[in-house]
Design a protein around this ligand. Structure first.
Ligand SMILES: Cc1cc2nc3c(=O)[nH]c(=O)nc-3n(C[C@H](O)[C@H](O)[C@H](O)COP(=O)(O)OP(=O)(O)OC[C@H]3O[C@@H](n4cnc5c(N)ncnc54)[C@H](O)[C@@H]3O)c2cc1C
Length: 333
Protein backbone atom coordinates (compact mmCIF):
# COMPACT_ATOMS: atom_id res chain seq x y z
CA UNK A 1 0.00 0.00 0.00
CA UNK A 2 1.30 3.49 -0.88
CA UNK A 3 2.09 5.70 2.11
CA UNK A 4 1.09 8.83 0.18
CA UNK A 5 -2.06 10.29 1.77
CA UNK A 6 -5.16 10.21 -0.40
CA UNK A 7 -7.85 11.01 2.08
CA UNK A 8 -7.72 14.33 3.94
CA UNK A 9 -9.97 15.73 6.67
CA UNK A 10 -10.27 19.50 7.02
CA UNK A 11 -11.63 20.79 10.32
CA UNK A 12 -13.42 24.08 9.70
CA UNK A 13 -15.85 25.47 7.11
CA UNK A 14 -14.88 29.14 7.26
CA UNK A 15 -12.97 30.83 4.45
CA UNK A 16 -9.74 28.99 5.34
CA UNK A 17 -11.23 25.49 5.66
CA UNK A 18 -13.26 25.80 2.44
CA UNK A 19 -10.34 27.23 0.45
CA UNK A 20 -8.09 24.39 1.65
CA UNK A 21 -10.79 21.81 0.86
CA UNK A 22 -11.21 23.31 -2.60
CA UNK A 23 -7.52 23.22 -3.49
CA UNK A 24 -6.92 19.79 -1.95
CA UNK A 25 -9.83 18.37 -3.96
CA UNK A 26 -8.50 20.07 -7.12
CA UNK A 27 -5.15 18.40 -6.40
CA UNK A 28 -6.87 15.02 -6.46
CA UNK A 29 -7.31 14.24 -2.77
CA UNK A 30 -10.53 12.86 -1.33
CA UNK A 31 -11.58 15.54 1.13
CA UNK A 32 -14.01 15.60 4.05
CA UNK A 33 -14.78 18.86 5.85
CA UNK A 34 -15.92 18.58 9.46
CA UNK A 35 -17.30 21.69 11.13
CA UNK A 36 -19.78 22.60 13.83
CA UNK A 37 -20.67 25.92 12.17
CA UNK A 38 -21.64 26.17 8.53
CA UNK A 39 -19.94 28.88 6.45
CA UNK A 40 -22.81 31.36 6.89
CA UNK A 41 -22.47 31.07 10.64
CA UNK A 42 -18.73 31.79 10.89
CA UNK A 43 -16.78 35.02 11.36
CA UNK A 44 -15.77 34.59 7.72
CA UNK A 45 -19.31 35.44 6.60
CA UNK A 46 -19.11 38.72 8.50
CA UNK A 47 -15.89 39.95 6.87
CA UNK A 48 -16.12 43.05 4.62
CA UNK A 49 -14.20 41.91 2.65
CA UNK A 50 -11.48 43.79 0.91
CA UNK A 51 -8.30 42.01 -0.13
CA UNK A 52 -5.89 43.83 2.16
CA UNK A 53 -3.12 42.32 4.35
CA UNK A 54 -4.31 44.10 7.53
CA UNK A 55 -1.77 43.36 10.32
CA UNK A 56 -0.66 40.26 8.37
CA UNK A 57 2.94 40.03 9.52
CA UNK A 58 5.18 37.33 8.11
CA UNK A 59 2.87 36.17 5.33
CA UNK A 60 4.65 37.55 2.24
CA UNK A 61 4.28 34.75 -0.29
CA UNK A 62 0.84 33.81 1.00
CA UNK A 63 -0.31 37.40 0.44
CA UNK A 64 0.87 37.48 -3.16
CA UNK A 65 -0.50 34.04 -4.06
CA UNK A 66 -3.91 34.95 -2.67
CA UNK A 67 -3.99 38.20 -4.58
CA UNK A 68 -3.23 36.39 -7.84
CA UNK A 69 -6.11 33.97 -7.27
CA UNK A 70 -8.62 36.69 -6.41
CA UNK A 71 -7.59 38.70 -9.46
CA UNK A 72 -8.19 35.59 -11.59
CA UNK A 73 -11.61 35.08 -10.01
CA UNK A 74 -12.56 38.71 -10.61
CA UNK A 75 -11.53 38.30 -14.27
CA UNK A 76 -13.94 35.33 -14.57
CA UNK A 77 -16.75 37.67 -13.52
CA UNK A 78 -15.58 40.32 -16.00
CA UNK A 79 -15.53 37.89 -18.88
CA UNK A 80 -18.99 36.50 -18.02
CA UNK A 81 -21.82 37.83 -20.13
CA UNK A 82 -22.89 40.68 -17.89
CA UNK A 83 -24.26 43.97 -19.12
CA UNK A 84 -24.20 45.61 -15.70
CA UNK A 85 -21.40 44.38 -13.46
CA UNK A 86 -22.79 46.30 -10.49
CA UNK A 87 -26.06 44.37 -10.40
CA UNK A 88 -26.55 41.56 -7.87
CA UNK A 89 -28.43 39.49 -10.46
CA UNK A 90 -25.34 39.32 -12.64
CA UNK A 91 -23.70 36.77 -10.36
CA UNK A 92 -24.58 33.22 -11.28
CA UNK A 93 -23.41 30.01 -9.63
CA UNK A 94 -20.52 29.91 -12.10
CA UNK A 95 -19.35 33.46 -11.47
CA UNK A 96 -17.48 34.02 -8.21
CA UNK A 97 -18.70 37.14 -6.35
CA UNK A 98 -15.36 38.96 -6.56
CA UNK A 99 -14.83 42.32 -8.26
CA UNK A 100 -11.86 44.64 -8.70
CA UNK A 101 -12.80 47.86 -6.92
CA UNK A 102 -11.01 51.17 -6.56
CA UNK A 103 -10.73 53.08 -3.30
CA UNK A 104 -8.52 55.14 -1.05
CA UNK A 105 -6.48 54.03 1.93
CA UNK A 106 -5.98 57.03 4.21
CA UNK A 107 -2.56 57.33 5.83
CA UNK A 108 -1.80 59.05 9.11
CA UNK A 109 1.53 57.47 10.14
CA UNK A 110 4.88 59.01 9.35
CA UNK A 111 6.31 57.14 7.54
CA UNK A 112 3.18 55.29 6.35
CA UNK A 113 3.14 51.47 6.24
CA UNK A 114 3.24 50.65 2.54
CA UNK A 115 4.42 47.06 2.90
CA UNK A 116 1.22 45.93 1.11
CA UNK A 117 2.07 47.90 -2.05
CA UNK A 118 4.90 45.63 -3.33
CA UNK A 119 2.74 42.51 -3.89
CA UNK A 120 0.02 44.62 -5.50
CA UNK A 121 2.48 46.19 -7.94
CA UNK A 122 3.96 42.75 -8.65
CA UNK A 123 0.60 41.17 -9.44
CA UNK A 124 -1.36 44.10 -10.89
CA UNK A 125 1.26 46.55 -12.09
CA UNK A 126 2.17 50.12 -11.14
CA UNK A 127 -1.16 51.48 -12.33
CA UNK A 128 -3.07 49.61 -9.58
CA UNK A 129 -1.57 51.83 -6.86
CA UNK A 130 -1.24 55.62 -6.94
CA UNK A 131 -0.26 57.93 -4.07
CA UNK A 132 -2.84 60.71 -3.60
CA UNK A 133 -3.16 63.54 -1.12
CA UNK A 134 -3.31 61.91 2.36
CA UNK A 135 -3.06 58.30 1.23
CA UNK A 136 -2.97 55.78 -1.59
CA UNK A 137 -5.56 55.10 -4.27
CA UNK A 138 -5.64 51.42 -5.25
CA UNK A 139 -7.64 48.89 -7.23
CA UNK A 140 -8.02 45.69 -5.20
CA UNK A 141 -10.31 42.65 -5.09
CA UNK A 142 -13.57 43.06 -3.16
CA UNK A 143 -15.03 39.75 -2.01
CA UNK A 144 -18.81 39.63 -1.36
CA UNK A 145 -18.17 37.27 1.50
CA UNK A 146 -21.44 35.57 2.40
CA UNK A 147 -22.25 34.84 -1.25
CA UNK A 148 -18.63 34.01 -1.97
CA UNK A 149 -18.65 31.35 0.77
CA UNK A 150 -21.77 29.81 -0.80
CA UNK A 151 -20.01 29.80 -4.18
CA UNK A 152 -16.91 28.24 -2.62
CA UNK A 153 -18.94 25.56 -0.90
CA UNK A 154 -20.72 24.73 -4.18
CA UNK A 155 -17.33 24.51 -5.90
CA UNK A 156 -16.13 22.11 -3.18
CA UNK A 157 -19.27 19.97 -3.55
CA UNK A 158 -18.78 19.83 -7.33
CA UNK A 159 -15.23 18.56 -6.67
CA UNK A 160 -16.68 15.76 -4.50
CA UNK A 161 -15.84 17.24 -1.07
CA UNK A 162 -18.00 15.66 1.67
CA UNK A 163 -19.31 17.64 4.66
CA UNK A 164 -20.03 16.51 8.22
CA UNK A 165 -21.61 18.97 10.64
CA UNK A 166 -20.32 18.14 14.11
CA UNK A 167 -17.70 19.10 16.70
CA UNK A 168 -14.35 17.32 16.78
CA UNK A 169 -13.41 17.05 20.44
CA UNK A 170 -10.09 15.25 20.00
CA UNK A 171 -7.84 14.32 17.08
CA UNK A 172 -7.88 10.74 18.42
CA UNK A 173 -11.42 10.32 17.12
CA UNK A 174 -10.13 10.80 13.56
CA UNK A 175 -7.36 8.19 13.78
CA UNK A 176 -8.10 5.39 11.30
CA UNK A 177 -10.68 7.49 9.41
CA UNK A 178 -8.30 9.70 7.43
CA UNK A 179 -4.68 9.92 6.22
CA UNK A 180 -4.09 13.50 7.43
CA UNK A 181 -5.89 16.37 9.15
CA UNK A 182 -5.85 20.08 8.34
CA UNK A 183 -6.94 22.23 11.27
CA UNK A 184 -8.64 25.38 9.96
CA UNK A 185 -10.59 26.11 13.12
CA UNK A 186 -10.07 29.88 13.33
CA UNK A 187 -10.17 31.16 16.91
CA UNK A 188 -10.53 27.55 18.17
CA UNK A 189 -7.78 26.27 15.87
CA UNK A 190 -5.36 25.58 18.71
CA UNK A 191 -7.83 23.79 20.99
CA UNK A 192 -7.25 20.40 19.39
CA UNK A 193 -3.48 20.81 19.72
CA UNK A 194 -3.44 21.00 23.48
CA UNK A 195 -4.39 24.68 23.49
CA UNK A 196 -2.60 27.46 21.63
CA UNK A 197 -2.76 30.46 23.91
CA UNK A 198 -1.32 32.59 21.12
CA UNK A 199 -4.73 32.71 19.38
CA UNK A 200 -6.83 35.52 20.84
CA UNK A 201 -9.98 37.37 19.76
CA UNK A 202 -9.90 40.84 18.26
CA UNK A 203 -13.50 41.99 18.15
CA UNK A 204 -14.84 43.85 15.14
CA UNK A 205 -18.21 45.57 14.90
CA UNK A 206 -19.83 46.75 11.68
CA UNK A 207 -23.07 47.98 10.13
CA UNK A 208 -24.78 47.17 6.84
CA UNK A 209 -26.44 49.83 4.70
CA UNK A 210 -28.66 49.42 1.65
CA UNK A 211 -26.74 50.64 -1.40
CA UNK A 212 -28.55 53.19 -3.54
CA UNK A 213 -30.31 51.87 -6.68
CA UNK A 214 -30.02 55.09 -8.65
CA UNK A 215 -26.55 56.17 -7.67
CA UNK A 216 -24.76 53.21 -6.05
CA UNK A 217 -21.53 53.75 -4.15
CA UNK A 218 -18.73 51.68 -5.68
CA UNK A 219 -15.46 53.01 -4.23
CA UNK A 220 -14.14 51.74 -0.91
CA UNK A 221 -12.47 53.83 1.81
CA UNK A 222 -10.20 52.63 4.62
CA UNK A 223 -8.81 54.70 7.48
CA UNK A 224 -6.96 52.07 9.47
CA UNK A 225 -4.63 54.50 11.27
CA UNK A 226 -7.47 56.53 12.83
CA UNK A 227 -6.35 56.80 16.48
CA UNK A 228 -9.94 56.49 17.75
CA UNK A 229 -10.68 53.28 15.78
CA UNK A 230 -10.29 51.57 12.43
CA UNK A 231 -12.86 52.92 9.93
CA UNK A 232 -13.87 51.50 6.55
CA UNK A 233 -16.66 51.63 3.97
CA UNK A 234 -16.92 48.70 1.54
CA UNK A 235 -19.72 49.02 -1.02
CA UNK A 236 -20.82 45.62 -2.33
CA UNK A 237 -23.38 45.33 -5.14
CA UNK A 238 -26.57 45.78 -3.16
CA UNK A 239 -25.34 46.68 0.31
CA UNK A 240 -22.52 48.60 1.97
CA UNK A 241 -20.39 47.23 4.81
CA UNK A 242 -19.41 49.99 7.23
CA UNK A 243 -17.01 49.42 10.11
CA UNK A 244 -15.41 49.11 12.32
CA UNK A 245 -13.57 48.39 15.47
CA UNK A 246 -10.47 46.45 16.46
CA UNK A 247 -10.82 45.44 20.13
CA UNK A 248 -8.16 42.98 21.30
CA UNK A 249 -9.25 40.55 24.01
CA UNK A 250 -13.00 41.16 23.79
CA UNK A 251 -15.18 38.02 23.49
CA UNK A 252 -18.42 39.97 22.99
CA UNK A 253 -20.11 38.89 19.75
CA UNK A 254 -23.16 41.13 20.18
CA UNK A 255 -23.16 44.54 18.46
CA UNK A 256 -23.69 47.46 20.83
CA UNK A 257 -25.49 50.72 20.18
CA UNK A 258 -22.86 53.13 21.47
CA UNK A 259 -20.18 51.58 19.27
CA UNK A 260 -22.55 51.67 16.28
CA UNK A 261 -23.10 55.41 16.77
CA UNK A 262 -19.35 56.03 16.92
CA UNK A 263 -18.78 53.97 13.75
CA UNK A 264 -21.55 55.90 12.01
CA UNK A 265 -20.06 59.29 12.94
CA UNK A 266 -16.58 58.35 11.68
CA UNK A 267 -17.89 56.71 8.49
CA UNK A 268 -20.20 59.60 7.61
CA UNK A 269 -17.28 61.98 7.98
CA UNK A 270 -15.44 59.93 5.35
CA UNK A 271 -18.45 59.21 3.09
CA UNK A 272 -21.24 61.79 3.60
CA UNK A 273 -23.54 59.92 1.14
CA UNK A 274 -24.16 57.36 3.92
CA UNK A 275 -26.40 59.90 5.70
CA UNK A 276 -29.04 59.37 3.00
CA UNK A 277 -29.01 55.56 3.05
CA UNK A 278 -31.09 53.16 5.17
CA UNK A 279 -29.37 50.92 7.72
CA UNK A 280 -29.95 47.20 7.10
CA UNK A 281 -28.44 45.79 10.27
CA UNK A 282 -25.53 45.45 12.67
CA UNK A 283 -22.96 42.72 13.28
CA UNK A 284 -19.94 41.87 15.39
CA UNK A 285 -17.39 39.07 15.25
CA UNK A 286 -14.07 37.88 16.62
CA UNK A 287 -10.98 37.90 14.43
CA UNK A 288 -8.79 34.84 15.19
CA UNK A 289 -5.65 36.80 15.98
CA UNK A 290 -2.14 35.42 16.40
CA UNK A 291 1.24 37.11 16.23
CA UNK A 292 1.84 35.14 13.04
CA UNK A 293 -0.51 32.84 11.16
CA UNK A 294 0.14 29.20 12.11
CA UNK A 295 0.71 27.40 8.82
CA UNK A 296 2.87 24.33 9.36
CA UNK A 297 3.10 20.59 9.94
CA UNK A 298 2.56 19.72 13.62
CA UNK A 299 4.27 16.64 15.03
CA UNK A 300 3.29 14.43 17.95
CA UNK A 301 -0.13 13.09 17.00
CA UNK A 302 -1.23 9.67 15.84
CA UNK A 303 -1.70 10.98 12.29
CA UNK A 304 -0.18 13.78 10.19
CA UNK A 305 -1.56 17.19 11.20
CA UNK A 306 -1.28 20.55 9.43
CA UNK A 307 -2.23 23.73 11.27
CA UNK A 308 -3.81 26.57 9.24
CA UNK A 309 -5.27 29.11 11.62
CA UNK A 310 -4.76 32.47 13.32
CA UNK A 311 -5.41 34.72 10.31
CA UNK A 312 -6.60 37.70 12.38
CA UNK A 313 -8.12 40.49 10.32
CA UNK A 314 -6.86 39.13 7.01
CA UNK A 315 -8.30 35.62 6.65
CA UNK A 316 -10.07 36.37 3.39
CA UNK A 317 -6.99 38.16 2.07
CA UNK A 318 -4.74 35.20 2.90
CA UNK A 319 -7.17 32.37 2.08
CA UNK A 320 -5.89 31.15 -1.31
CA UNK A 321 -2.23 31.49 -0.40
CA UNK A 322 -2.94 29.45 2.73
CA UNK A 323 -4.73 26.79 0.71
CA UNK A 324 -1.87 26.54 -1.79
CA UNK A 325 0.66 26.15 1.04
CA UNK A 326 -1.50 23.47 2.69
CA UNK A 327 -1.54 21.49 -0.57
CA UNK A 328 2.27 21.72 -0.63
CA UNK A 329 2.53 20.59 3.01
CA UNK A 330 0.22 17.63 2.35
CA UNK A 331 2.29 16.78 -0.73
CA UNK A 332 5.41 16.65 1.45
CA UNK A 333 3.90 14.07 3.85
C1 LIG B 1 -15.77 42.74 11.41
C2 LIG B 1 -14.74 41.96 10.65
C3 LIG B 1 -14.33 42.37 9.38
C4 LIG B 1 -13.37 41.68 8.67
N1 LIG B 1 -13.01 42.10 7.42
C5 LIG B 1 -12.05 41.45 6.74
C6 LIG B 1 -11.62 41.90 5.44
O1 LIG B 1 -12.12 42.91 4.92
N2 LIG B 1 -10.65 41.19 4.79
C7 LIG B 1 -10.09 40.07 5.33
O2 LIG B 1 -9.22 39.46 4.70
N3 LIG B 1 -10.48 39.61 6.56
C8 LIG B 1 -11.43 40.27 7.28
N4 LIG B 1 -11.80 39.82 8.52
C9 LIG B 1 -11.09 38.66 9.11
C10 LIG B 1 -11.69 37.33 8.65
O3 LIG B 1 -13.08 37.35 8.87
C11 LIG B 1 -11.04 36.16 9.42
O4 LIG B 1 -9.64 36.23 9.37
C12 LIG B 1 -11.46 34.83 8.79
O5 LIG B 1 -12.85 34.79 8.65
C13 LIG B 1 -10.98 33.63 9.59
O6 LIG B 1 -11.44 32.49 8.90
P1 LIG B 1 -11.26 31.01 9.46
O7 LIG B 1 -11.77 30.10 8.40
O8 LIG B 1 -9.88 30.82 9.97
O9 LIG B 1 -12.19 30.94 10.77
P2 LIG B 1 -13.76 30.89 10.93
O10 LIG B 1 -14.47 31.63 9.88
O11 LIG B 1 -14.02 31.26 12.35
O12 LIG B 1 -14.12 29.35 10.75
C14 LIG B 1 -13.74 28.38 11.70
C15 LIG B 1 -14.42 27.06 11.39
O13 LIG B 1 -13.86 26.05 12.21
C16 LIG B 1 -14.89 25.27 12.79
N5 LIG B 1 -14.35 24.63 13.99
C17 LIG B 1 -13.44 25.13 14.88
N6 LIG B 1 -13.13 24.21 15.79
C18 LIG B 1 -13.86 23.10 15.50
C19 LIG B 1 -13.98 21.82 16.08
N7 LIG B 1 -13.27 21.46 17.16
N8 LIG B 1 -14.83 20.91 15.52
C20 LIG B 1 -15.56 21.24 14.42
N9 LIG B 1 -15.48 22.46 13.83
C21 LIG B 1 -14.64 23.35 14.36
C22 LIG B 1 -16.02 26.26 12.98
O14 LIG B 1 -17.26 25.60 13.13
C23 LIG B 1 -15.92 27.04 11.66
O15 LIG B 1 -16.58 26.33 10.65
C24 LIG B 1 -12.79 40.50 9.24
C25 LIG B 1 -13.21 40.07 10.50
C26 LIG B 1 -14.17 40.78 11.21
C27 LIG B 1 -14.61 40.30 12.56
Amino acid sequence: MSSRPSNITVIGAGIIGLSCAHDLSEAGYEVTVIADHGPGDTVSALAGALWFPYHAAGTGEVVERSLRRFVELAALGDSADSADAGNVDDFTDDVPPVQMRTGVLHERLDPPDRSWVAPVVKVLGEEAVRPVDGGVRATLPMIMTSRYLAWLMDSCRMNGVAFQWRTVTSLDELTGTTDAVVIAGGLRGGDLLGGDDAVTPVRGQLMLFVNSDENPLTDWVVDSDDPSQLTYVFPREDEIVVGGTSEPGSWDEAPDQETAEAILARAEALVPELKELPILGHGAGLRPSRETVRLERVEGYGLPVIAAYGHGGAGVTLSWGTAERVVELVGEL
